[in-house]
Design a protein around this ligand. Structure first.
Ligand code: BGP
Length: 450
């Protein structure tokens, strides 16, 4: 029993969900800003305003005892045109300040280079990821950051949940009324993302071999809902297409046949040149960020795959199942497939609608979620999985990817509602103290309370 001494106890956020200050100090719009304004819920400029609460938030991280903070850099805060034509010194200095403060407080920065917030300037200029120029513009941006911060930042995440974006192409600013054309476009973007990503990983491996660089992938556990082999195959296929194809390409440097066949079935043909194939081989990740929240149980009805909810099981209000053993299962699958690749859990968390009660926020469900998932993570460690850190989503309440401010995940409450009203006061939830104790005892408190 126990956790390794240097285990990275962390917490996560992303720029468009936590920063606010959307058009301040030279930042321009990203697709995440534009999308959020079209929704009926709070938009990115109504979020938690970390941009103006940086010192306070880092003081809270210190009080929590964090060993790591996983956050993303806003591409359009640093490069308002998306390319290197303009470098926004005010935007850059915000991240210089943040990284310095983290290091001064012995908190390891884990930096996501691109988390759902592609520059609108590049979408307007050449339709973003649909154009091969996007490969170099992503590479140049990532290289710029890594050249700047390689002395302070050891852990880099290339792209957050590429597959989620490809399966929801509006997150990339890609639209088409014709479903098969939309699919084809999304897959063109997908390939360009793979090439841009491989290019920066290759650069890092050649120039900064001590750094860790890899993707942050979404990998829910997929299980068959019944004993039928059709359901087992549906679950297997879903994990292969949605999650393992990405991990195979970025960790093994090769596109799996199953994925190419699936593309072909949808009339999409990726024409990779010899140098593209070589690039994928040279740009292999040396660690993995894993975003894991839940398990989905799948069944086939009338040739269609559907998710089945289990009676009496626990779900969030938004339908995400509570299944701690699913985390151990997923981690073991990663271990079996990619042997000793180091894994950081870059997201894992429980969402609730919450309110202040006499200046306090009680979140027993989140506490139980943390406890049960960490106990399973601990079992996975002892199964031999090379987990080196855990960053729950989220450090502080922030804007959901598409469901506003009311869907809260934070260890710290932020006083702002879905209309953007509130003083943004920070209030530690009960889970804050619970997690602080876990960190302080390097996980031992988990076993005491059991
Ligand atoms: C992941 C994203 C995060 C975060 C999280 C929770 O997919 O990487 O940015 O949003 O999911 O999802 P949601 O905000 O939809 O509840």
């Amino acid at each position: 029993m126990g956790f390794p001494n240097n285990f990275l106890w962390g917490a996560s956020t992303s720029a468009f969900q936590v920063e606010s200050a959307v058009n301040e100090d030279g930042k321009t719009d990203s697709i995440a800003d534009v999308r959020s304004r079209k929704m009926s819920v709070a938009s990115t400029d109504m979020a938690s305003d970390e941009y103006h609460h940086l010192h306070e938030d880092i003081a809270l991280m210190k009080e929590l005892g964090l060993k790591a903070y996983r956050f993303s850099i806003s591409w359009t805060r640093v490069l308002p045109n998306g390319d290197l034509s303009v470098i926004n010194s005010k935007g850059l200095s915000y991240y210089q300040k943040m990284i310095k403060l983290l290091k001064d407080n012995q908190i390891e920065p884990i930096v996501t280079i691109y988390h759902f917030d592609y520059p609108m300037a590049l979408i307007k200029k050449y339709k973003g990821w649909l154009d091969p120029n996007s490969i170099n513009d992503y590479f140049n941006y990532a290289k710029f950051l890594i050249d700047q911060f390689h002395n302070q930042v050891k852990y880099w995440l290339t792209i957050n949940e590429q597959e989620v974006q490809v399966f929801n192409p509006n997150m990339l600013g890609i639209y088409d009324n014709n479903a098969s054309k939309l699919f084809e476009k999304a897959q063109t973007a997908n390939l360009n993302m793979y090439l841009g990503q491989a290019k920066i990983i290759k650069y890092v491996r050649e120039n900064y071999p001590n750094l860790k660089i890899g993707p942050a992938v979404s990998f829910p556990t997929y299980l068959p809902a019944t004993m039928a082999s059709e359901d087992a195959w549906a679950a297997k296929k879903q994990e292969n297409i949605f999650a393992f194809s990405l991990m195979d390409i970025v960790i093994r440097g090769k596109i799996p046949k199953l994925y190419l066949n699936w593309l072909q079935k949808h009339n999409v043909h990726w024409n990779l040149t010899i140098s593209d194939k070589k690039l994928l081989k040279q740009g292999k990740a040396n660690y993995l960020g894993l975003n894991w929240y839940t398990t989905q149980r799948l069944t086939v009805v009338d040739h269609k795959v559907k998710e089945v909810k289990i009676k009496n099981a626990k779900y969030t209000e938004w339908g995400w199942a509570y299944d701690p053993v699913g985390l151990r299962f997923a981690l073991n699958q990663i271990q079996e497939r990619y042997s000793d690749i180091p894994v950081i859990i870059t997201e894992c968390g429980w969402s609730e609608r919450e309110k202040l009660e006499n200046g306090q926020v009680h979140d027993p469900d989140r506490i139980n979620y943390l406890k049960d998932h960490l106990l399973q993570l601990n079992k996975a460690l002892h199964d031999g999985v090379n987990v080196i850190g855990f960053c729950p989503w989220s450090f502080i309440d922030l804007l959901s990817s598409h469901e506003g401010m009311a869907k809260r995940y934070g260890l710290v409450y932020v006083n702002v509602n879905d209309r953007g009203k509130g003083d943004r006061k920070r209030i530690k939830k009960d889970s804050f103290d619970y997690y602080r104790k876990i960190i302080e005892t390097n996980g031992q408190s988990l076993f005491e309370s059991n």
